[in-house]
Design a protein around this ligand. Structure first.
Ligand SMILES: [Zn+2]
Length: 145
């Protein structure tokens, strides 16, 4: 018998790209887990200053996970990718106001730039993190128009 994986035993995994801002990492992970049903050890997580709004988007790890899932000897099944950015001051997006960050993120979502880069993934999730009126971290799911 070969060691090749069959569809049945290939683990379902996810991928999250977020900003490094420590205020928003945990709420982003919990939201991704709730939306996908994936557990805390079922997905890859990369964090870069600016998150999904980095220029250019830092997708090296995303490309690695995607390749393992869709090219060659498939050993993981990438079912969901999550792209996060946040407002309330992002060190990776210096000088950008909340409204500019929100508009840029929505524009990137609407352009299908990330969806087109990873087209075989069933689900692309977009999360905009912020602080609520009590200063607690929250996330809002955005959708393409
Ligand atoms: Zn940030």
């Amino acid at each position: 018998m070969s060691q090749q994986h069959t569809e049945q035993n290939i683990p379902k995994v996810g991928y999250v790209l977020s900003c490094i801002d420590r205020r928003f990492v945990e709420v982003t992970r919990r939201t991704f887990e709730a939306l996908t049903g994936l557990g805390g050890t079922d997905y890859y997580h990369e964090a870069f200053a600016g998150g999904a709004l980095g220029e250019p988007p830092p997708v090296n790890g995303a490309r690695y996970v995607y390749t393992r899932s869709f090219e060659g000897d498939k050993d993981i099944n990438l079912v969901a990718m999550c792209w996060q950015a946040h407002i309330d001051h992002c060190g990776g997006l210096p000088g950008e106001s909340d409204s500019v960050i929100r508009a840029r993120f929505q524009s990137r979502i609407d352009s299908r730039f990330l969806q087109s880069a990873f087209p075989r993934v069933q689900t692309h999730i977009f999360l905009l993190a912020s602080l609520n009126s009590e200063g607690q971290p929250v996330v809002e799911q955005l959708f393409p128009n």
